[in-house]
Ligand binder design. Structure first.
Ligand SMILES: [Zn+2]
Length: 481
């Protein structure tokens, strides 16, 4: 357990002085769609291998929102990508910091679209062949850094409105096919408006659903339903709209989520542009309603806390991918807090004799931010480096016969620890370490959970059964601080 918690607080910025600062906000946006011309193959990320892009339905973007108060600056960037590894985020920050104000933190979250370029390497032509185009990825890092700087340059005095919708019926927009069926039907919204004109600078939406409505047969680049969330809000409210995915582990709008098309009276089918449009427009409408029912907040300071976390790497497939260069060196392994590039040759089921990276941990980060008014948290932002299962956020972890660690202690559930009404939880933020699964529900060995006839999907895309506790303990420490 000690190893899980090699935890270093490197930026603790809760100001000791009460300094009434005025809130400032600025937004910027850049297209980040990869070039398809010139015979270049762009492997789409999500679902499986060798899905080459054939066209662009809608542009992919980096959207950034800069918030400043009392000499602290927070920049929140959302990128239409499957995910970015921590080393890319560190590279983005190094470029951003050349022009950044002091005491600033840049957070980069991926929406997790399943119809964008492979930025992780796992979706190339076949297993153990990378889908990453390093030239594109380097260009992308610089582009995101420039967009973050653009948001800072655009900062102006601003008012903040906050909205929240937690009606259980929102859970009907979230499908799950693995027990326990726990939903995270929380929609959080913030709108920043210019103090001088009242015009919208930005609207930020936080919602949990895999952006994969178009499915594995689609080969056109798209940001999926978040495109329509943003389009709706920009038409209705003006300004720039940003979408942040929340606790999306095992949560999908496919299969169980039914949306009636008002034009035909029929249920829009999975894999269609129409379903993505209906879902995105609905989330946009609910966001606008949440703002109408919400309230204004007088923010005068930001508290920003971050910690690096070393998480044990327990997935042999990821070790083989690392050793084969699939990740292009962008997710190195560490032992005792130091980079460890060692490999061994091993026999693995399904893969045969392969090189195997032997370092013990990966390095990642968690962040916890409070937007404060006179010293009290009015809204909070939690940054999680992966796809967290909803029961780790809202509670409801279950013990099942058939689980591999039936007596494992429960992880510290996140939401009950938070202190404000507006609890923004950003998944896939600053890193993509895969699914965060409660250890008590971990199941790689038969018998399967609830005596199911086959295993449930999840573990294959997780770094291991001890990842969730490492991330949640680090976050609990930041929240308590
Ligand atoms: Zn996913």
């Amino acid at each position: 357990m000690r190893r899980l918690l090699s935890l270093a607080v490197f930026l603790s910025a809760s100001s000791p002085l009460v300094w009434a600062g005025e809130l400032e906000a600025g937004a910027a946006r850049s297209a980040i769609t990869p070039e398809l011309s010139g015979g270049r193959v762009v492997y789409l990320a999500g679902f499986g291998h060798n899905r080459a892009a054939t066209g662009v339905h809608d542009e992919l973007y980096a959207h950034c929102l800069a918030l400043g108060a009392a000499h602290r600056t927070l920049v929140l960037c959302s990128v239409d990508l499957i995910g970015l590894f921590y080393d890319d985020v560190l590279a983005i920050r190094r470029q951003f910091e050349r022009t950044a104000p002091s005491a600033s933190l840049l957070i980069v979250a991926a929406t997790h679209t399943h119809a964008g370029p492979d930025t992780l390497g796992l979706y190339g032509p076949k297993p153990l062949q990378s889908g990453i185009d390093p030239q594109y990825l380097n260009w992308l890092d610089a582009r995101i850094a420039a967009t973050a700087s653009g948001a800072v340059r655009a900062m102006q005095p601003a008012r903040l409105e906050l909205g929240r919708d937690d009606h259980p019926l929102l859970g009907l927009l979230q499908g799950e096919d693995r027990p326990p069926i726990v939903k995270d039907p929380f929609l959080f919204v913030m709108r920043l408006a210019a103090r001088s004109t009242g015009q919208t600078i930005a609207t930020l939406v936080n919602w949990s659903d895999h952006p994969e409505v178009l499915g594995g047969k689609n080969t056109e680049i798209t940001s999926d339903y978040p495109h329509w969330v943003r389009t709706y809000l920009e038409e209705q409210l003006g300004g720039t709209a940003l979408f942040f995915s929340g606790s999306i582990g095992k949560v999908s709008p496919l299969h169980q989520v039914s949306l009636v098309d008002p034009d035909t009276g029929k249920i829009a089918e999975d894999g269609t542009w129409r379903k993505a449009e209906l879902l995105g427009t609905e989330i946009g409408r609910l966001s606008q309603r949440a703002l109408k029912n919400g309230g204004e907040a007088d923010i005068d300071s930001l508290s920003i806390r971050s910690a690096t976390v070393f998480v044990p790497m327990q997935n042999p497939l990821f070790r083989a991918a690392e050793a084969a260069g699939v990740l292009k060196g962008r997710k190195p392994l560490y032992t005792n807090g130091k980079p460890d590039p060692q490999t061994q040759t091993r026999n693995l089921p399904n893969l045969g004799r392969v090189e195997f990276a032997t370092g013990s941990d990966i390095r990642t980060e968690v962040d916890y931010v409070q937007l404060r008014s006179r010293g009290a948290a009015v809204a909070e932002i939690v940054a999680i480096p992966g796809e967290i299962y909803p029961e780790l956020v809202d509670g409801g972890i279950q013990r099942y016969s058939g689980a591999d660690y039936p007596d494992a202690p429960f992880e510290p559930v996140l939401r009950p620890q938070l202190k404000s009404k507006y609890q923004f939880i950003f998944g896939l933020t600053n890193d993509e370490i895969g699914y965060l699964i409660p250890k008590a529900e971990w199941d790689e060995e038969p018998p399967w959970l609830m005596n199911a006839s086959s295993s449930f999907y999840g573990e294959v895309n997780s770094v291991g059964p001890d990842a969730a506790v490492a991330v949640l303990r680090a976050l609990s420490a930041l929240v308590r601080q």
